[in-house]
Design a protein around this ligand. Structure first.
Ligand SMILES: *Cc1c(COP(=O)(O)O)cnc(C)c1O
Length: 463
């Protein structure tokens, strides 16, 4: 067992420590024979780094400040890893019925789960109320549905235990990555604050069971001050609502996640302490203990703990450019392959024994295994000469890369292993997720033959 007690807090690892851990990981992967013809790539999560990231978030908020820190499930849908977050006292932010059941299976208590889908069905709303899971209403039509569900729940179980909130779009504008910006004036998420401020305050005044405001205005490519501005506007609405009703109706402010990750080096920056400092500067009232603070970080809690390790199958020179053909491509690094400018990944080269190559750099391409031209992990990158049988390691892949498999070419989901130091100082390896088998791929590709369905007679148009 790895020690996850809060008392065991350690500082965040520096870049040298992270590199050292990764070198050890690749050497261990080779020694343990995780890479072979059937399994030419795998993912590894370093639990020491993961724990240090968790602790670094918990440590920047004083124990006396009421707070619920959740892990955004979509960043890391691995059941035993989510269970580790649950054991460390985290809650879980979920956005689909699958993620909700996964969070429950991983051991998160219902009162520490926050359900944020923008497309909740009537059944999902009823399930959240029955479980006592917190959820945030995304739009006025959903609010009308929740009105009905709440009155039915009240008739059945009395006042719902769920903390019910509303997601606001502060409409503060885009960050550097358009597809990742949640707070533009036309973003699909939440209720536009600039558009509907009075209706929002009135909606709360009419519903004493609405007690939470939610904003997720940060994202990769977004400055911390910009995201904090969204939280400041949200806290203003909270004060307006409380003033209107004459008591403290807003109990919790959920500031979302979206702390950017540095993909360019092994340095962890910005930190949760930087995030908190930006919030403190913009919204000091958030820290006076009036509200319970909810956070929903995903990438910043996980990215730096993950490494993809893949074998180089062949090398060749085409048009004068050396190209290494590896097994890590669009199936694991989907976003980076389709949007390499927004989601650059570093690539490191290791020899077949798992020793990092340090030879002088040479401009090369690193390709994935999928059958389309754009499946390139790196183009024109300066790297030590790559040889067949080498391994490439892709750092910073602990968030989203293991949980967002893309089944192009029916390429299987790779295994994900974890490694961490136990209390005796020994490195312990575990399996977090088995690799998808070829048999599973065939089974999941559909029925053996077309399956006739019962005949439904067409409705009579004259009715
Ligand atoms: C995706 C998401 C998060 C996590 O975002 P990160 O950038 O991974 O921190 C948190 N809250 C909501 C509502 C989200 O959609």
């Amino acid at each position: 067992m790895i020690d996850a007690t809060p008392g065991a807090w350690r500082p965040l690892p520096g870049p040298d420590a992270i590199l050292q851990r990764r070198k050890q990981i690749v050497a261990d992967v080779v020694r343990q024979g995780f890479i072979d013809d059937l399994h030419p790539l795998c993912g590894v999560l370093d639990l020491d780094t993961l724990d240090e990231l968790m602790w670094s978030l918990q440590a920047v908020y004083p124990a006396e400040l009421p707070a619920v820190h959740t892990i955004a499930a979509k960043a890391i849908t691995l059941r035993p890893v989510l269970a580790r977050f649950a054991d460390a006292g985290f809650g879980c932010e979920v956005a689909s019925p699958g993620e909700l059941e996964l969070a429950l299976a991983a051991g998160f208590p219902a009162e520490r789960i926050v359900f944020d889908s923008p497309a909740k069905t009537t059944t999902e709303i009823a399930r959240a109320l029955e479980l006592g899971v917190s959820f945030n209403v995304d739009n006025f039509e959903e609010l009308a549905r929740v009105d009905q569900a709440v009155s039915q729940a009240v008739a059945r179980i009395g006042r719902p235990r769920s903390v019910i909130g509303m997601r606001l779009n502060p409409q503060t504008g885009a960050g550097a990555i358009d597809a990742m910006s949640t707070a533009t004036s036309t973003s699909k998420f939440g209720i536009g604050l600039a558009d509907h401020r009075d209706e929002i305050v009135t909606a709360f005044a009419m519903r004493p069971w609405l007690s939470q405001l939610h904003v997720h205005s940060g994202s990769q490519g977004m400055r911390l001050e910009h995201a904090a501005e969204g939280v400041r506007l949200t806290a203003e609405v909270a004060a307006d609502i409380d003033k209107r009703v004459g008591f403290q109706q807003i109990q919790r402010i959920d500031v979302g996640g979206g702390l950017p990750v540095n993909f360019r080096s092994d340095r962890i920056t910005p930190t949760f302490a930087d995030h908190r400092a930006a919030l403190q500067a913009a919204v000091p009232q958030l820290f006076d203990g009036t509200y319970t603070l909810v956070t929903e970080f995903g990438r910043a809690l996980t990215a730096k703990a993950g490494t993809v390790v893949a074998r180089v199958e062949y090398t060749k020179v085409t048009g004068g450019r050396p190209i290494a053909i590896t097994h890590a491509g669009v199936q694991v690094a989907t976003r980076s392959i389709f949007a390499p400018e927004a989601w650059p990944l570093r690539v490191e080269v290791y020899d077949p024994h798992g020793r990092r190559r340090e030879d002088p750099a040479l401009v090369q391409d690193v390709a994935g295994p999928a059958c389309f031209t754009g499946d390139m992990l790196a183009v024109g990158r300066e790297l030590p000469a790559v040889h067949p049988g080498d391994l490439v390691a892709v750092p910073d892949t602990g968030g989203y890369y293991f949980s967002t498999h893309f089944s192009y070419n029916a390429l299987p989901r790779p295994a994900v292993y974890t490694v961490g130091t136990d209390s005796a100082g020994d490195r312990r390896w575990s399996l977090a997720r088995r690799a998808q088998t070829i048999e599973q791929i065939v089974t999941e590709a559909g029925e053996p033959s077309l399956k006739p369905l019962p005949f439904v007679s067409p409705a009579c148009p004259s009715d």
